[in-house]
Design a protein around this ligand. Sequence first.
Ligand code: 13P
Length: 260
Amino acid sequence: MRGLLIAGNWKMNGLIGESVQLIKEIQPANNEKIEIVLAPPFTALHAVNAYLSKDDSGQINNFFLAAQDVFWEEKGAYTGEVSPEMLANTGCYYVIIGHSERRQFFHETNKTVNKKIKASLKANLQCIVCIGETLEQRENGNTFSIIESQIKEGFANISSEELDKCIIAYEPVWAIGTGKTATPEQAEEIHQFIRKKIEEIFNKFSSEKMKILYGGSVNPGNVEGLLSKEDIDGALVGGASLKAESFNKIIQAGENTINN
Ligand code: 13P
């Protein structure tokens, strides 16, 4: 019922030409229940969108464009920042918010994540909100409390109608770029917990409807096991999304999951 979403977060990789080349090589999914989301760096958004918009529908073959970050103000003296409206204007349908690299290197907090979600929703962007614990937090037995506060504070004062435009990506920090993936069972345990919290804070309908993605060293070899789990509705892929060959295999695994 929820369908699948496979997203590629290209992070700070790809000049304009390389980004357009990469998107040209990505195979669309052969199933309308699979959305493919691509998040190139800001500098390549316009060119990638121009390629995607060749089709009159403004979107070819269930590909959607995402930005990797956004600022919460509408305009003004904020040197270097990009507003939600600017992203929408560049063709973005989604925006990734609160990635752990933003939290780690740029001091983002649940509070700033909350501001970014609210501002993005106002500009009609759909939000992919990243949460996840560090290795230290997991080893200290704090995973559930960290996840809970990331949800409570990140989604504070957001209505259930607004929540319906949000997706959560569970990305355990210890699994990002490390080659260490959470096992399907480990990921499913947290995904179930996230869904339960969404039900408690919002309602059952929203929690059942919400897509929850897994991210952290997803690759063609481990994706099928992860996607086979009931509460894992897709993947947010970093490194393996930078090569069409591996990303296409991940999309293919999504199709196999939907078809089985
Ligand atoms: P890797 O797939 O490279 O571990 O990155 C995951 C990620 O951070 C996606 O947002």
